[in-house]
Design a protein around this ligand. Structure first.
Ligand SMILES: Nc1ncnc2c1ncn2[C@@H]1O[C@H](COP(=O)(O)OS(=O)(=O)O)[C@@H](OP(=O)(O)O)[C@H]1O
Ligand SMILES: [Mg+2]
Ligand SMILES: [Mg+2]
Ligand SMILES: [Mg+2]
Length: 355
């Protein structure tokens, strides 16, 4: 019998690996084709290009599955220059290994098809059936700033995360490399950087170097044991608008944490704590109206849980990916080693006045 989700995992990892070739090219270009979305957040030719390449691989391999992806083609339909720029990048992006490229299959046919594949990610999600969540560049602000970013892909089945893949081109390959605090900019994908984190439900979590060809061998990863809070630190967002940083400082103080938080963009935070390079990921709501998006958390949630962690919101509920495109029934995120999650949750609730 084959291992459950083996094919989904292989395709997801290869699709992320191929799309990372494109995002790395854009990362090194000064002009990244940035446009502003309706909510004033940025999107680049890298986001659109990576979304097109990953969805083309899913369309070919799993034609019946629904896809919930972050970007949509409306802005490309209105801007011929922008879509030609993206098409130029997409058509030239192939894995160096022909067998791996063959497995992905299909590809994007032409500019018209580019718009079509991007818009295949408009599913409303939900509690029934197979749904892929895709964030082609998670941490676009980090990507623009020269910080961390991630290509994030996950498979939900009936609302549960079954497969999670995070490609992090700017993180060290070495699982034991310490996280540096000055991590909000000046990151690179030089030699020794670029990693894919993956997990399948019930099968543990792995990391492997991001390659330009086929998949390299993976290693199992585990969260670090936190024996005393004084030696731990939080891993948090860079953008002050994405997580309440003054409340997290109070929580750290109450827990006896003295080290400064490691601020890092994107789901690279989940990957970093899953491999034991960081300890605890905290994301505290900044507004009552913002709803977290499922593509910002699905992959990271499974990778951390499969590495020995627990992930809940600030009310202690598991993240619910089955309610649509957002985590409408959750508020904030606490990801920590299972043994200390309860202790962190207690203090979070005390500071937020939730108990
Ligand atoms: N107001 C608000 N509150 C919370 N979260 C928000 C908010 N606005 C945006 N986002 C989402 O944050 C995603 C990036 O999260 P990060 O934790 O990496 O943020 S940060 O860049 O480190 O600050 C980012 O993902 P990308 O758009 O893929 O970059 C957004 O989806
Ligand atoms: Mg995101
Ligand atoms: Mg994104
Ligand atoms: Mg975005």
């Amino acid at each position: 019998m084959t291992t459950p989700y083996a094919r989904e995992l292989e395709i997801a990892q290869l699709a992320v690996q191929r799309a990372a070739l494109l995002t790395k090219r854009v990362f090194h270009e000064k002009a990244k084709g940035t446009v502003s979305k309706d909510d004033a957040s940025p999107v680049t030719v890298g986001d659109f290009g990576a979304q097109a390449l990953i969805i083309a691989a899913l369309r070919h391999n799993f034609p019946g599955d629904a896809i919930v992806a972050e970007e949509e083609a409306a802005q490309l339909r209105a801007d011929a220059g922008l879509r030609e720029l993206i098409w130029g990048l997409v058509k030239g992006t192939r894995l160096e290994d022909e067998e791996a490229e063959g497995l992905l299959g299909g590809g994007v046919r032409d500019v018209e098809d580019l718009l079509e594949v991007v818009d295949l990610g408009r599913s409303e999600g939900g509690r029934v059936g197979r749904v892929w969540t895709l964030d082609p560049i998670d941490g676009t602000k980090g990507f623009l700033r020269g910080g961390q970013y991630a290509l994030a892909l996950a498979l939900l089945e009936d609302g549960d995360v079954k497969v999670g893949v995070l490609g992090c081109p700017n993180l060290p390959v070495d699982d034991a490399a310490p996280l540096t605090v000055d991590i909000g900019a000046n990151q690179s994908d030089d030699e020794g950087r670029g990693v894919i984190f993956s997990a399948v439900i019930g099968q543990g979590a792995t990391s492997r170097p991001l390659s330009t060809g086929g998949l390299t061998e993976g290693k199992n990863i585990k969260m670090k044991e936190v024996t005393e809070m004084a030696s731990a630190s939080f891993c948090e967002s860079v953008e002050a608008g994405h997580s309440n940083q003054s409340e997290s400082a109070q929580i750290a103080q109450k827990l006896g944490i003295t080290k400064p938080s490691v601020r890092m963009d994107s789901q690279a935070k989940y990957g970093s704590i899953a491999r034991g390079a960081g300890d605890i990921y905290l994301r505290l709501p900044t507004s009552k109206t913002y709803q977290e998006k499922i593509w910002d958390h699905a992959g990271g949630d499974l990778i951390v849980r499969e590495a020995g962690g627990q992930v809940t919101d600030t009310k202690g509920r598991r993240l619910d990916f089955g309610v649509g495109r957002t985590l409408a029934s959750n508020s904030g995120v606490i990801a920590a080693p299972a043994a200390v999650h309860g202790q962190v949750l207690d203090v979070v609730q005390e500071v937020l006045g939730l108990k």
